[in-house]
Every structure is written in C-alpha cells, then in structure tokens.
Design a protein around this ligand. Structure first.
Ligand code: BEZ
Ligand code: FE
Length: 293
C-alpha cells in the first residue's frame, strides 16, 4: 500500500506508512508534512529501541510528570527541549545570521517584560552584593556602523547564581535587570556585579533525567540581552564569562565561541572611583552587531 492510502492493516513492517496514510485527507499541508516526519522518525526509533512494555510505560510516566511540573512560571517541556539541544537547534534554524552579525542563543525562563528603563551608567545591582563589574560596548549594524537609540534589555543572576525572581523577598525586585538605550555613537554602559554559574531548575523530571544520564545541571555564568532597533532583527543572546568552570559543558548548549566576552580584572582605585564602583572591579567589553530585518 502507498503512503497516500487511507486504509490498510497495520503490521510491524509497514507501521509508519499505514499511520501516515491515515492522514491523507488532512487539508493543512504543513501539519500533514510535520506529522508524517514525526511518525516516520518515531516509528524508526521504536523499532531500533524495541522497548519492553515497562520501558514504554516509564516513558509515558516521565512525560506525564513533565506536564504536571508545568505552571505559569515553570515550563518543564521547554527545559526538556533545552537539555536535549532542541531549543538551540530551533534557534540556529530560525536565526541564521549574515556574516558580521552577533550570534543568538536561548532566551531562558527568567526574562521579565517590564524591567526599568535606566540611563547609561546606572548600577543594576540593587543590593551591593558581589564583585563590581562595568560593562560597555556599542551596537552597530553588520558593517560596523553605529546604531543610535538601540534598546538593550539586560538581565543576569547574582554572585550566588540566583535571579531576583527565584529569591523574591531576599533580592530586591528587578535586581540585576534594566533596559538601556544606545547614545549617538551606538554606545551603552552599565554597572553590575560579576554573575556566577547556576543550575537550571533540577527538582523535576528533567533534573532526574540529567542525573540518570550522569550530566550536571549547570549553566556557565552569563548576562542575557535582548537587543532591538527599528529596521533590524531583534537579537536574543548572552555574553559569557570566559573563566567559568562550565564554559565547555553548558547544560543547555547555549555557549558559542563568539559570545565569550573579555572580562578584565582591574586594580585601579582612581578609575574605580571615577566609574563609581568598588576596587578591584571587572571591566567587560562587548559589541553587538544587528542583522538587517
Ligand atoms: C537561563 O539562562 O536563564 C536558562 C536557560 C535555559 C534553561 C534554564 C535557564
Ligand atoms: Fe540565565
């Protein structure tokens, strides 16, 4: 029987073709194509694995627990997609960049939509905890021409590896978040503290899976950015701390070599006073280049 036939008996050999054929009357061509690919690969995987019924049911239980773990705040299916490398693959397919444009990476679950808009130079660390850090750079187009008025939405974990939203009542609201705008030369700068590596939420089925697989749940220290400007593709990305112990083994595969920033430690009391930070401090430089829309 052909893949287009709606009827036919199911056998181990022709299983995928029979199921795909049953969808022949579907008028949504994209859905039909997507389901055909999924059915073909799923059946091939089951044929290769030859699961026992107990193993198959364990998989069902795992997916059920993954669903039960989800609420408005926690999305365990996205976390599953992250640790399987699927989130980064979808990102790569959807954001193929022209040469000269900054690469993208995962958004993650800790972005907050209404972070305060702040002037350049503002200190986003509201509790004075951690090693002071000054971050500066420019936003340009992919040919290096400055973009004035570009928006940089920044968020990061603190020096203990927690976002403000994970420690409500302990960290001030909007700690280590802010929205900045570039000046006439495309420049931006702000003060913060050096972030620390942290584990992705590991108290659910995805965390258990990582443990069973002998994998750690850590993400190397980073700062998140959403950089946007009229006429350009919005860029969702991070910059990474180079000397992080997990820089080569990010639990969600988000690191790209081009996103590892320069972190220079400075011991210069006069310059620290000038910048309004404690001494010693970290100086970080990173330029973003946006692709045209
Ligand atoms: C994050 O960087 O905030 C993140 C990304 C993916 C999963 C969990 C956290
Ligand atoms: Fe993060």
């Amino acid at each position: 029987m052909s893949a287009q036939t709606e009827q036919g008996y199911f056998t181990e050999e022709n299983s995928a073709e029979v199921v795909i054929g049953r969808n022949a009357a579907c008028t949504d061509e994209r859905l039909k194509e997507v389901m055909a690919v999924i059915i073909r690969h799923l059946h091939a995987a089951v044929k290769e694995i030859e699961p026992t019924e107990a193993e198959w049911f364990a998989a069902i239980r795992f997916l059920t627990k993954t669903g039960h773990m989800c609420d408005d705040w926690r999305q365990e299916f996205i976390l599953l997609s992250d640790v399987l490398g699927v989130s980064m693959l979808v990102d790569a397919i959807n954001h193929r960049k022209p040469s000269g444009a900054t690469e993208s990476t995962v958004l993650g679950p800790f972005h907050v939509a209404d972070a305060p808009v702040l002037p350049n130079g503002a200190n986003i660390c509201l509790d004075q905890k951690g090693e002071p850090m000054v971050v500066r750079g420019r936003v340009t187009d992919s040919e290096g021409r400055p973009i004035a008025g570009a928006k940089l939405d920044v968020w990061q974990a603190n020096d203990e590896g927690f976002y403000d939203v994970q420690q409500k009542g302990h960290q001030p609201d909007f700690n280590l978040r802010g929205v900045f705008e570039t000046d006439a030369e495309g420049g931006y700068w702000f003060r913060a503290v050096k972030p620390k590596y942290y584990p992705i939420p590991a108290d659910g089925p995805v965390g258990q899976l990582l443990a069973r697989l002998g994998r750690h749940p850590y993400r190397p220290a980073h700062l998140h950015y959403i950089v946007s400007a009229d006429g350009y593709e919005t860029l969702t990305t991070h910059i990474f701390v180079p000397d992080d112990p997990y820089i080569d083994s990010d639990a969600v595969f988000g690191v790209k070599a081009s996103l590892i920033a320069d972190f220079e430690q400075r011991d210069d009391p006069a310059r620290a006073a000038d910048l309004g930070v404690g001494n010693p401090f970290w100086e970080v430089a990173f330029d973003f280049a946006l692709a045209p829309r």
